[in-house]
Design a protein around this ligand. Structure first.
Ligand code: DX5
Ligand code: ZN
Length: 242
């Protein structure tokens, strides 16, 4: 399992230090929540913030675009330093075209589904995907309660991906994730877990990361994660600058 802490819950007055502390603690991914005030009822940040953080960080930037018509902005986010761009199917009339364009930029491509969106939305996108993000809250805010139906949805998603040639497509879960539901999510088929409030609220970060990992009790890595690692799906595409 890979833990991807959500920047939204970090201390915004000292972000560069927060990112350094994450790396020092052994974290490898950072989840960046971009909200436009239209697709979701909240506004966060855009490419300039990502561009400012990029040179000082060796973390894999997993950028979750909660914006309408994300195709308009993918080049800007890629140029700013995203390693992976995740769009919502609900926000894009032509998600296949957008995913292909993201990959053409040398970026990893992911699609996110709101809790109420059926998995059928990704059936014909499997060949264009590096990751499927199963939302376990309705997007917009940190600190919301985890929706239990997510366990079944993750299980069904893994079956669907495996049956359609997407064995190395990662499954990410975002919203209300904590050490208490980590084992069950990984058991269901999750490869990457996003955590905001349940991670940043607890220092030191190395101990908190260990708490998430310990809850797995030595369970094997998911096959999808191993395959993706072999394919270097999450190799850094923006080397850290000195
Ligand atoms: C929700 C965001 C999440 C959020 C997670 O709209 O996409 O990434 O920051 O925060 P927690 O873990 O607190 O639910
Ligand atoms: Zn998110």
């Amino acid at each position: 399992m890979i833990l991807s802490p959500s920047l939204l819950s970090a201390d915004f007055s000292r972000l560069a230090e927060e990112l350094q502390a994450l790396e020092a603690a052994g974290v490898t991914w950072l989840h960046l929540d971009v909200m436009d005030g239209a697709f979701v009822p909240n506004i966060t940040f855009g490419p300039p913030l990502i561009k400012a953080l990029r040179p000082g960080s060796g973390l894999f930037f997993d950028v979750h675009l909660m914006v309408e018509n994300p195709a308009r902005y993918i080049q800007d986010f890629r140029d700013a330093g995203a390693d992976m761009l995740v769009i919502h199917t609900e926000a894009d009339r032509h998600p296949q075209r957008t995913l292909a364009a993201i990959r053409d930029m040398g970026c990893r491509a992911g699609v996110a589904l709101n809790p109420g969106t059926d998995l059928g939305a990704i059936r014909w996108l499997v060949n264009d995907l590096d990751m499927l993000l199963v939302m376990s809250v309705n997007p917009g805010f940190s600190g919301q309660a985890f929706i239990p139906a997510t366990f079944d949805k993750v299980r069904s998603a893994r079956r669907l991906l495996d049956a359609c040639g997407g064995e190395d497509v990662l499954i990410q879960v975002d919203g209300g994730v904590c050490p208490e539901n980590t084992a069950q999510l990984v058991e269901a088929g999750a490869d990457v877990l996003v955590s905001g409030s349940a991670f940043f609220g607890h220092k030191p970060y190395d101990a908190r990361l260990a708490a998430f990992m310990k809850s797995l009790d030595g369970r094997e890595q998911r096959p999808a994660l191993q395959k993706a690692a072999r394919r270097q799906t999450f190799a850094l595409t923006h080397p850290k600058q000195k």
